[in-house]
Design a protein. Structure first.
Length: 451
């Protein structure tokens, strides 16, 4: 059959993944492609596995969907996040979001810190602010340590899902109901029939509810985890980092939110709570069905990987919307990105386990850092060199040697420069307001501005 122009897309499933996909497509599609969001009951049942922390990339991702902080902050419990404080493998550190520190004379900054035997995190603005539980927006166009601060968000998936769906433009048709049956021929899905009899037809289906069952042999992974969450009332955020502690065969994370402290407990198979099989599909896009969200990539919320994968998947989806009903080329490229993004995120998670058998790519990263302080990066990794540096140092990995080019600077020059930088960071951090004070002031300002 000859290909025809793509005229319609249906997103199956409410919850965060469905809302994010619909919101991203609504702003990417031309007007002549119809878009339908089908709110399937229970589609958000596993959304707690998205975790409660985003990377700094969420700022631009949400802004691109028409939702800036003036829209996000007043109507949700979202707060600012500088990262996660880990109590892990007998060690403690702040895995903070931050920009790379200056390259001096062609040498990365951590090489100089290693030479001077100074703790690298002491020079990171977001670490200094996190230690004090303080926050302020980084100023633009100023030369100050605060300008280097990077932040993400603490959030609740259900609240962001509602925010996204409530902001969908009128062009998005809405439907609701559970999937009763599907009409398909081979890999081509022609229609989804909802309970009650309504039929949803589309040229391309974005599936966030699992129309394609994981028992089809396409799922790689297998570790089953269970999670429980709770929310304790609190008056304003009590800090700017999520705190995560190892606990028996799992962990517990506490996240400071606007009106409470959120707790997420994760354990292995057999624990209480909502279950999820971690891993990914080999092919997220098959035929005219693109599986999206946790039914395509299920990473542990030990790190911000679940939200990062969701945002990157949405970007790829918007970029690769097919022109016609012949979509094999777009599917191949999407599937390549899908696999690479998940596998790179998994490397970061596995680096938290010192005694595990590391895959070759991770073993190479660790070997290069421990031998000479080199930070190996693969193409378009979701976690960048500054993230890997803090993780290596937090896990106690110490380079056996340093870049010899760092020795071109005299001891007096080096120690003077480091002392100046550290003093500047500490001075700025000491002047920052507590996170609650800043957050409350921002909400008052936004309230007055919005009337």
């Amino acid at each position: 059959m000859a290909a025809s122009p793509l005229t319609s897309i249906a997103v199956l499933g409410g919850g965060l993944a469905g809302a994010f996909a619909a919101a991203r497509l609504a702003r990417a599609l031309p007007d002549d492609i119809a878009l339908t969001l089908v709110d399937v009951s229970g589609a958000d049942g596993q959304d707690l596995f998205f975790g409660t922390v985003t990377t700094p990339a969420a700022y631009n991702a949400m802004l691109g969907l028409g939702l800036g902080e003036p829209e996000i902050m007043p109507g949700t419990d979202t707060t600012f996040s500088l990262g996660t404080q880990y109590h892990w493998a007998g060690r403690e550190w702040v895995q903070a979001f931050h920009q790379p520190l200056p390259v001096l004379a062609g040498v990365q900054f951590h090489q100089y810190a290693a030479r001077a035997r100074k703790p690298y995190p002491d020079f990171v603005m977001s670490v200094a602010a996190a230690r004090r539980g303080a926050f302020a927006h980084p100023p633009e166009g100023q030369t100050t340590p605060l300008a280097e601060l990077e932040y993400g968000y603490h959030f609740l998936p259900a609240q962001w899902a509602k925010l996204l769906t409530d902001s969908l433009p009128a062009r998005v048709e809405r439907a609701a109901g559970n999937v009763a049956s599907v009409e398909a021929e081979g890999e081509t899905l022609s229609a989804v029939v909802l309970e009650g009899g309504r039929t949803i037809k589309a040229d391309l289906f974005i599936d966030t509810v699992g129309v394609r069952d994981r028992t089809d042999g396409d799922w790689s992974g297998g570790a089953v985890v269970h999670a429980q969450e709770s929310l304790s009332p609190a008056q304003g955020p009590t800090g700017v980092v999520r705190t995560l502690r190892q606990k028996n065969d799992g962990w517990i994370a506490t996240t400071p939110l606007r009106r409470g402290t959120h707790s997420l407990t994760l354990g292995s198979d057999g624990a209480d709570g909502t279950g999820l099989t971690l891993g990914r599909r080999e092919q997220a896009w098959v035929g005219n069905v693109l599986t999206f969200g946790l039914n395509a990539t299920a990473a542990s919320p030990l790190t911000p990987a679940p939200m990062s994968l969701l945002m990157r998947g949405a970007d790829s989806l918007a970029e690769l919307v097919p022109f016609t009903t012949e979509m094999r080329v777009e599917a191949r490229e999407y599937n390549r990105r899908h696999r690479d993004d998940f596998d790179h995120a998994l490397l970061f998670e596995r680096a938290f386990h010192p005694d595990a058998h590391h895959p070759p790519r991770l073993a190479h990263k660790i070997e290069q850092f421990e031998s000479r302080g080199a930070l190996v990066q693969y193409d378009l990794e979701p976690f960048e060199a500054p993230d890997w540096l803090l993780l290596h140092l937090g896990m106690g990995r110490v380079p056996a040697a340093r870049d010899v080019l760092a020795d071109r600077v005299t001891d007096a020059q080096l120690h003077g420069q480091l002392a100046t930088m550290r003093r500047a960071v500490e001075t700025v951090a000491a002047k920052l307001p507590p996170a609650k004070v800043y957050h409350d002031g921002l909400l008052r300002y936004l309230g007055k501005r919005n009337g």
